[in-house]
Design a protein around this ligand. Structure first.
Ligand SMILES: NC(=O)c1ccc[n+]([C@@H]2O[C@H](COP(=O)([O-])OP(=O)(O)OC[C@H]3O[C@@H](n4cnc5c(N)ncnc54)[C@H](O)[C@@H]3O)[C@@H](O)[C@H]2O)c1
Length: 259
């Protein structure tokens, strides 16, 4: 029960890393606000959490819209009285995976930066505002990417993740005196989440395993990264076991960026 009685907001919790984290956070005793732009998926996650005896509420929020983000944070305090953890996990891929730099239109650029960069900025801003109002510190976790650590994995997408990494470190330093910790996980390729389909690559199950094995083979550990790997790291970074850990960009990548 590493997160007992903590209230955690998790964005993008209708799928992939966010859903796996909602389930693990609830198992560790947290009350979870399951936020997603897709309310049906968020509600489904709540059902899964409750089915395992956990507590959660669903909220529809587009992280690129400030009014939605403010309402999402208010949902946490309305439902569970205080806010302890905000996990800014949403990220969208390029409209077509494999696009080169010059393939990106201005609209592609604006969309990627609005969701991946502005969305994290807004989540952090409203988290810190609430943490200050209630006192006693708080925890922010962001989802970056190995694509923001090395120059491979989508040019504009990777740049938005590099921006998330920089925000993570800078706000960690700025807010440390208030007891607010800020970290990021940086996943490697995770073929089994909804991310590839969001990038226009929806594969039948048999082909998916081949793609997953190919993705795994580029990691020194030799297997693909899974949403559950990220959820484990998220539990640790949001728990008191990481009480003196802040400003960290933790690759969850089977050793990919260590090469
Ligand atoms: N899957 C990968 O290969 C991979 C690799 C590195 C990093 N990441 C990062 O991991 C994070 C989670 O991705 P995932 O693989 O679980 O993807 P996913 O597609 O399974 O889940 C993303 C969720 O975010 C929601 N969402 C999309 N836009 C939103 C918005 N504007 N507001 C609120 N919710 C929104 C979607 O509805 C979906 O439920 C993202 O930040 C992604 O960039 C993924």
């Amino acid at each position: 029960m590493q997160l007992l009685d903590r209230t955690a907001v998790i964005t993008g919790a209708g799928s992939g890393v966010g859903r796996a984290s909602a389930l693990r956070f609830a198992e560790e005793g947290a009350r979870v606000v399951v936020a997603d732009v897709d309310l049906d998926r968020a509600t489904e996650t709540v059902g899964l959490v409750e089915g395992r005896g956990g507590r959660a509420v669903a909220v529809r929020a587009d992280v690129s819209a400030e009014t939605d983000v403010a309402a999402m944070i208010a949902t946490a305090t309305d439902a569970f009285e205080r806010l302890d953890i905000v996990f800014n996990n949403v990220g969208i891929p390029t409209p077509r995976l494999g696009m080169t730099f010059l393939d990106h239109s201005l609209e592609d650029f604006e969309r990627l930066t609005a969701v991946n960069f502005r969305g994290v900025f807004l989540g952090m801003k409203h988290a810190v505002t609430q943490f200050r109002a209630q006192g006693g510190g708080g925890v922010i976790l962001n989802t970056g990417s190995v694509a923001g650590l090395v120059g491979w994995g989508g040019t504009v997408y990777g740049a938005t993740k590099g921006a998330v990494h920089q925000l993570t470190k800078a706000v960690a330093v700025e807010c440390a005196p208030e007891g607010i910790r800020v970290n990021a996980i940086c996943p490697g390729a995770m073929p089994y989440t909804g991310f590839m389909a969001a990038g226009g690559l929806e594969l039948p199950a048999d082909q998916l395993d081949d793609v997953a094995n190919a993705a795994g083979s580029i990691h020194p550990m030799g297997r693909p990264v899974r949403a559950e790997d990220c959820a484990e790291a998220a539990v640790y970074l949001c728990s008191d076991r990481a009480a003196n850990v802040t400003g960290v960009l933790l690759p969850i990548d089977g050793g990919y960026v260590a090469r």
